[in-house]
Write a protein that binds this ligand. Structure first.
Ligand code: CP
Length: 309
């Protein structure tokens, strides 16, 4: 059987093109499964998975939980807000206590960059990074690429622009790695204050003019402004941000071509994207969410195949 080249999913940085291909082929199978009247397979009946969320989440947490249940795994959920982390327990102590309950796979979202790598070096379980601070969000990038492939036939040769708060975005970095591995061209567009200086060293071009960026691309992946990670002002006002970098129907109508609109969520309607665009037939935002379940089933299934019993 084909295997992933990695023991954990810590970031797209650690994957190769064959891994992505394998994940997508496996996800194709699971997408067919979850559209059947009986949406469940017994593949992981003897596997226990802990979902550890130290940061808020709607889509990723629910999507992982549903993926795990569709694979018939046993699932336990942990949210830092209602846990003994509030009483001063360390990450390693928290996780080791959970692992002593015979957990095989840990899905973790954490505010610190590298938290997944740290955990993988200290505990005996498969680790899946569900977002580590401003660093990587690998399953989001996989489901994003999978959705582009579904909509446009392939990712290879496509022109993708990632728009908005690149500086604080784990989605941006994971997308850049994933898209380039599959042979796409990537640009970023946003206020210069929200574009990290190192970005060009990744082979990504910077475009600060939204109209030019949209004219160039086949797909625009629009990001949320992450006010919660900002300790200083990066632009004068939200109104000015929306005027310069907000996507609305008028801008799209003037392009003379129909581009694909994506957003990882949660959306700030009326800030980075208007409601009419988010809900239009150009938007694949809800397909991204739907595909997230199949892609996460594929990642969990492939890592679980490596567990020795
Ligand atoms: N896309 C994403 O990570 O959304 P959540 O924060 O709701 O999980």
């Amino acid at each position: 059987m084909d295997q992933l080249s990695v023991e954990h999913l810590l970031g797209i940085k650690y994957l190769n093109a064959n891994d992505i291909d394998l994940i997508f082929k496996t996800a194709d199978h699971f997408k067919e499964v979850i559209n059947r009247p009986i949406k469940k397979v017994p593949s992981l009946r003897d596997i226990t998975i802990a979902n550890l969320f130290f940061e808020n989440s709607t889509r990723t947490k629910l999507s992982f939980e549903l993926a795990e249940k569709r694979l018939s795994a046993d699932v336990i959920n942990f949210s830092a807000g209602q846990s003994s982390v509030k009483k001063g327990e360390t990450l390693i102590d928290t996780v080791n206590n959970i692992l002593s309950m015979k957990v095989d796979i840990v899905v973790m979202r954490h505010g610190s960059v590298g938290a997944g790598v740290f955990l993988s070096n200290h505990v005996d379980a498969k680790i899946i990074n569900a977002g580590d601070g401003t660093h990587e969000h690998p399953t989001q990038a996989l489901l994003d690429s999978y959705s582009i492939r579904e909509k446009l036939g392939s990712v290879k040769g496509k022109k993708i622009v990632i728009i908005g708060d690149i500086l604080h975005s784990r989605v941006a970095l994971s997308n850049i790695y994933a898209l380039q591995l599959q042979g796409a061209q990537v640009k970023v567009c946003g206020p210069t204050t929200l574009i990290p200086k190192y970005i060009t060293s990744l082979g990504v071009e910077v475009e600060t003019n939204l109209k030019k960026a949209l004219e160039w691309c086949d797909v625009a992946n629009v990001l949320r402004v992450q006010h919660e990670r900002m300790d200083i002002k990066y632009f004068p006002s939200t109104r000015e941000y929306t005027q310069l970098f907000g996507i609305n129907q008028e801008i799209l109508n003037n392009l003379g071509k129909k581009i694909v609109i994506m957003h990882p969520g949660p959306i700030n309607r009326g800030v980075e994207i208007t409601s009419d665009v988010a809900d239009s037939d150009q938007s694949i935002i809800l397909s991204q969410v739907e595909n997230g379940v199949a892609v996460r089933m594929a990642v969990i299934y492939l890592l679980a195949q490596q567990i020795k019993r």
